[in-house]
Ligand binder design. Structure first.
Ligand SMILES: C[S@@+](CC[C@H](N)C(=O)[O-])C[C@H]1O[C@@H](n2cnc3c(N)ncnc32)[C@H](O)[C@@H]1O
Length: 341
């Protein structure tokens, strides 16, 4: 608790320096969020039902339909299909239909599907090694694992909430974790399954089109709950964090990354990334949906998660690489543990 408040005080200073301010947006913004936050969408049945506030058992939804529509529209750009490779393989075979069918299934299962690291998810691909470095070091320290061994996450049960096409789930599985990847967009899950299926090390990932709230209802529990670049797209960040906490075993770990609601983030993550460099489709991010680090620390604390470590990501335009930094003014990542009281 003390550490949390010290961190909040420190973060407040950092944010003051970055020109950001503290406000109470995360206390469920009933005027702007109500129509979305009061709906529960069941992705498996595609039904939408309105929450009854008197019903204590109903789980409030994290789904923000406009955001999900944006991700559904660009879902295909998670990967590219290597037609050149496909045709060159086919041309080496005679055209008997059995052989053609065999080639098709071979190509689909193993060679055709490659991540499109130049598409709209390029920033996530480029950031991936840096965020994995943070996750590897914090989880290994917390769970007493050796970060230098080939499978440091062996024995850990991890859920990747909002997994998209699976670019984080796959390396987690390669590091030995038992991974569940969930996303509210069905197309993303299909793509993630298709890609993971091509490698025996990743084909064990359990992918499911669902939400954190649904997993809570199913009483699922994990050693570590990870949600990277998702919280800025949900309807109610505080409720979302409660679900993440409920999915975590006592003493388990949480890792969340997002974008700071700072002026610098507006200039870089929105104006530069979406409108000048065109790394992301215009309108991908809404500045008002970002959380400051101190807001994230507070909503996690209210969900029984104590933030123990935080780092920023900074981009070097000369090398085109991201690195971990103390600068949490734009992109940042937090590691927390579920407290036992
Ligand atoms: C920016 S992408 C991040 C993908 C992945 N976490 C990564 O960082 O590589 C955000 C993902 O969150 C998913 N998403 C948004 N709201 C969600 C929710 N309430 N529950 C589950 N997934 C959600 C979207 O469909 C999208 O795939």
């Amino acid at each position: 608790m003390k550490l949390g408040w010290r961190m909040v005080r420190k973060l407040r200073i950092v944010n003051a320096r970055n020109g950001t301010f503290f406000n109470a947006r995360f206390f469920s913004d009933s005027t702007t969020q109500l129509p979305l936050a009061s709906m529960t969408v069941d992705p498996s049945s595609n039904t939408t039902k309105t929450n009854n506030n008197n019903n204590k058992n109903s789980t409030s939804s994290s789904l923000k339909h406009l955001e999900l529509a944006k991700f559904a529209a660009i879902a295909d750009s998670w990967f590219v299909i290597h037609f050149y490779y496909l045709f060159s393989v086919i041309s080496n075979f005679s055209s008997s239909s059995f052989q053609l069918r065999h080639v098709w299934s071979l190509c689909i299962s193993s060679c055709m599907v490659r991540w499109d690291s130049e598409g709209p998810f390029k920033p996530l691909h480029v950031m991936n090694p840096t965020r994995l470095a943070f996750i590897r070091s914090t989880l290994c320290r917390h769970f007493g694992k050796d970060p230098n061994c080939a499978k440091p996450f062996e024995g850990l049960n991890i859920v990747d909430v909002g997994c998209g096409g699976g670019i984080l789930s796959e390396p987690l599985a390669r590091m030995g974790a038992t991974v569940t990847g969930v996303d509210a967009v069905d197309k993303n899950i299909k793509i993630a399954c298709l890609h993971a299926g091509s490698d025996p090390e990743t084909s064990t990932i359990e992918y499911c089109c669902t939400t954190a709230e649904k997993l809570v209802e199913e009483q699922r529990r994990f050693d570590a709950v990870i949600a990277l670049e998702v919280i800025e797209h949900v309807a109610d960040p505080a409720e979302f964090c409660k679900s993440l906490a409920a999915l975590t075993v006592e003493g388990g770990a949480n890792v969340i990354s997002t974008i700071n609601r700072s002026m610098r983030a507006y200039a870089t993550a929105i104006v530069a990334a979406e409108y000048i460099l065109r790394w992301l489709p215009k309108g991908t991010h809404e500045w008002s949906s970002f959380l400051t680090p101190e807001e994230l620390v507070l909503i996690l604390q209210r969900s029984s998660i104590d933030v123990k470590e935080m780092a920023g990501f900074v981009y070097n335009p000369l090398t085109g690489r991201w690195s971990l930094s103390d600068d949490i003014g734009v992109n940042f990542i937090a590691f927390g543990t579920k407290n036992t009281h």
